[in-house]
Design a protein around this ligand. Structure first.
Ligand SMILES: [Zn+2]
Length: 301
């Protein structure tokens, strides 16, 4: 018997076969089909067959970058282009697995961090997952808070910039528009158009223009990349400071691909967030320990 976890991202479907201690023993990744629920379900079923490698599947966990209801239905996943989609029901039919769990990605990351990582033993905490979009969840009383009406919390769609850029959710100026990896990519694209520097130089040599390119150039000490990265961490620190003022958390955890930059992103936040907070100080700012695997593991916990 084997458990399989799937982390459906806006760009990539990451999957893993997990042992009893929630260690990943086999991994797979494929590009995410966009705006096509049927194609996504078929892809998950294919990947499940490959990962199970003949073993019987005891549980299938699926994390989704969007809101999910109690019936395992995707209410809205803007970055997947899926709305009101019964993914659990479809996967039960396609795979004949009895236990199919569907979770919001930030909730899954929160479960993984609570059980095994940076939120272990924490009473009041906050996690922000930064990828194509920005997800987040709250830990209150040592447990994940699923929202008063059980629809979860959408921290990435709290407003940061009134009248700002249009967000995928249809509103303007959400945290996601300025703090996601997509926002960093946008800064890198502008630098390619407007600036003579390392970002443009590497892009012309064929490097993909994405968040990692800007962060790599900043780590290498390129002035323009450092300035843009500083602009980014400033916006992210503003967002975190607002949550600190509401919640006064013991621990703030940063997850998602961008958190892979480690202290290079955490140290500026550790300096800037307290400066922007009402109390002039805040709880610990840590990287998610389950890292990029949080969605895969947390879908099953
Ligand atoms: Zn939004």
């Amino acid at each position: 018997m084997i458990k399989l976890g799937f982390d459906i991202g806006g760009t990539t479907v990451k999957a893993g076969a997990v042992d009893e201690e929630y260690r990943i023993i086999r991994k797979l990744a494929r590009p995410t089909p966009k705006c096509d629920g049927a194609a996504l379900c078929l892809l998950i079923a294919d990947m499940a067959r490959e990962l199970a490698n003949g073993d019987e599947i005891s549980a299938l966990g699926i994390t989704v970058p969007g809101s999910v209801d109690k019936e395992g239905r995707i209410v809205a996943a803007v970055n997947l282009g899926l709305f009101d989609f019964p993914i659990r029901e479809k996967m039960e039919k396609l795979t004949s697995v009895n236990e199919v769990i569907v979770r919001n990605d930030a909730d899954a990351a929160g479960e993984a961090e609570l059980a095994l990582g940076a939120l272990k033993g924490v009473n009041t905490g906050l996690i922000l997952t930064i990828g194509t979009g920005v997800g987040g969840c709250l830990v209150l009383g040592g447990r994940l808070f699923h929202g008063g009406l059980d629809r979860g919390t959408e921290l990435g769609h709290a407003m940061l910039d009134r009248g700002g850029m249009l967000c995928g959710c249809g509103h303007r100026g959400c945290i996601e528009t300025l703090c996601s990896a997509t926002a960093i990519r946008r800064l890198a694209e502008a630098a390619c158009r407007e600036e003579d520097g390392m970002i443009r130089e590497l892009a012309e040599k064929g490097r993909e223009v994405d968040a990692k390119l800007l962060i790599d150039c900043a780590i290498a000490g390129d002035g323009e990349a450092l300035r843009l990265f500083d602009e980014y961490t400033d916006a992210l620190a503003d967002a975190i400071a607002s949550f600190v003022n509401i919640l006064d958390p013991e621990v703030i955890v940063l997850g998602g691909g961008v958190s892979g930059a480690g202290d290079f992103i955490l140290d500026p936040l550790r300096k800037k967030v307290p400066e922007k907070c009402f109390f002039g100080s805040c709880g610990k700012i840590l990287a998610a320990e389950a890292g990029n695997d949080a969605g895969v593991i947390g879908s099953l916990i």
